[in-house]
Write a protein that binds this ligand. Structure first.
Ligand SMILES: *[C@@H]1O[C@H](CO)[C@@H](O)[C@H](O)[C@H]1NC(C)=O
Ligand SMILES: *[C@@H]1O[C@H](CO)[C@@H](O)[C@H](O)[C@H]1NC(C)=O
Length: 443
């Protein structure tokens, strides 16, 4: 059958044929797009760049001809170095699916936050002095032994046999600031200190002794940790470093840890309950810095075995009696390990107590705070270790003249609802009057 105008009518298509035709009509542009996106875009872009730079030249000429004309910013001609996205790609979206963003992604991890806050302020390991927040200056004496970072040779160590999984405790996945319990704050500060200086950190969840007070588990677990690390810093959960920017290496220099030192501990306050049977004050086992050696391993072994009484008759008493492992160390171990360098006794003022405990023998915890005076102060202590660095930088930003945050209207006067510029001479008179309306300095 022929159409009236003489064109041959298309052969009638089977349903399959119609589908094939429709498919080829729709597939063709998709195929072209695929080829363009896979191979062609570079060639196309090169061609388009020439067009763009001509256009840009014209734009520049137009701007030069009429400098007062406020034009929209010219399209960026930054070379496409890969690290920068081409401005064009942003202004006119490409039909091709964008490949992975090449722009360096800003690191907003917590590790980066800590680095940004503390790294600019780190105290040099071998600095000759350190000035504390009260203006006290502490000097190294002698040549510093540690001049390089110890990094992962140091283990910051938490040990506990309790579950610590109630609300507000450290194992609570939903831990919140307003309900944080004191010991969680302490442990988090230990972790933060390790992060700031690149030390290892471990929370050891210890099994309990069947027949001893819980704190005894510290001894065998410190011994265990000394098998993997040259230096360990064990802290009770109510102990923390007050200055996260002050490296342990500096403190080891300051406190003279020699190659022969086994442990460093602080002396307890001068109070009756802190004396051993021989009338010497206990060393506090809440803060222990230990250095690995055969002799250190041996000492910790004898310490952990003390209550078995094979070596130390009478030590069994301290399984359950206060001050437990601390009393065992104070009554026995320290008298066995008494070479001059074996045990470094740290001043109570520097490594024990807190400012709130200053009337307890001056133990104000200059470098290391031990909040036995009031565990409620621990979360404030953690806040201090952040805010003493955070606040001054926030304040500098606030004060920055370039930020123009401060509007000085002191040469104006208030009249009813209006702020009005003062005439010469008026200012002095005004200041005199104002004094009478401001009796205090304000808070
Ligand atoms: C892009 O690369 C060129 C040549 O390597 C270089 O001179 C230029 O500074 C680079 N630009 C940017 C923004 O990185
Ligand atoms: C502390 O050390 C710094 C850096 O070496 C030095 O500039 C400063 O004068 C020292 N301070 C005192 C009080 O010696």
């Amino acid at each position: 059958m022929a159409a009236p105008n003489g064109h041959p009518s298309p052969a009638p298509l089977t349903p399959q044929g119609r589908w094939r035709r429709m498919l080829s009509i729709t597939m063709l542009p998709m195929l072209l797009m695929l080829v363009y996106c896979t191979y062609g875009s570079n060639l196309f872009v090169q061609g388009m760049d020439t067009v763009r730079s001509q256009h840009h030249q014209q734009q520049q000429e137009a701007q030069l001809a009429s400098p007062a004309h406020i034009s929209s910013p010219p399209s960026s001609q930054a070379p496409q170095n890969g690290s920068q996205p081409a401005a064009e790609a942003l202004s006119s979206p490409s039909p091709c699916p964008m490949p992975e963003e090449k722009e360096p992604v800003e690191d907003l991890s917590m590790a980066a936050v800590l680095e940004a806050l503390y790294k600019p302020l780190l105290h040099p390991i071998d600095a000759r002095n350190f000035t504390d927040e009260d203006g006290g200056i502490h000097f190294l004496s002698g040549t510093p032994r540690f001049t390089e970072k110890l990094g992962k040779k140091v283990l910051i160590l938490d040990i506990d046999s309790r579950p610590l999984s109630d609300k507000g405790q450290i194992m609570d996945p939903e831990l919140r600031w307003n309900t944080i319990r004191p010991l969680s704050a302490g442990m988090l500060s230990h972790y933060m200190y390790a992060q700031v200086h690149g030390y290892d950190y471990k929370f050891m969840r210890a099994p309990d002794y069947k027949d001893r007070w819980g704190t005894w588990v510290k001894v065998p677990l410190m011994k265990e940790a000394l098998k993997t690390h040259d230096y360990i810093v064990f802290m009770d959960s109510d102990v923390m470093f007050h200055y996260p920017h002050l490296p342990l290496e500096w403190l080891l220099n300051y406190w003279h840890m020699t190659p022969e030192t086994l442990v460093m501990m602080s002396i307890d306050p001068d109070e009756p309950q802190n004396y051993d049977d021989k009338g010497n004050r206990y060393l506090n086992t809440g803060f222990v810095v230990a250095q690995q050696s055969e002799r250190t391993q041996e000492m910790f072994k004898h310490w952990a075995e003390c209550p078995s009484e094979t070596k130390y008759p009478g030590c069994g008493r301290w399984k359950k009696d206060w001050a437990h492992e601390q009393a065992a160390f104070g009554n026995y171990l320290r008298y066995d390990y008494d070479r001059p360098e074996d045990i470094k006794v740290l001043p109570c003022a520097e490594a024990n107590g807190a400012p709130e405990a200053i009337n307890r023998g001056g133990c104000k915890g200059v470098f290391v705070r031990h909040f036995w005076v009031d565990k409620g102060l621990l979360s404030k202590g953690l806040a201090d270790t952040v805010m003493q660095y955070f606040m001054p930088r926030l304040h500098k930003m606030w004060m920055d003249p370039a930020a123009e945050n401060i509007m000085d209207a002191k040469d104006h006067k208030l009249q009813g609802a209006e702020l009005m510029k003062m005439k010469p001479g008026e200012k002095e008179a005004m200041e005199e009057e104002a004094k009478q309306n401001q009796k205090d300095e304000g808070y």
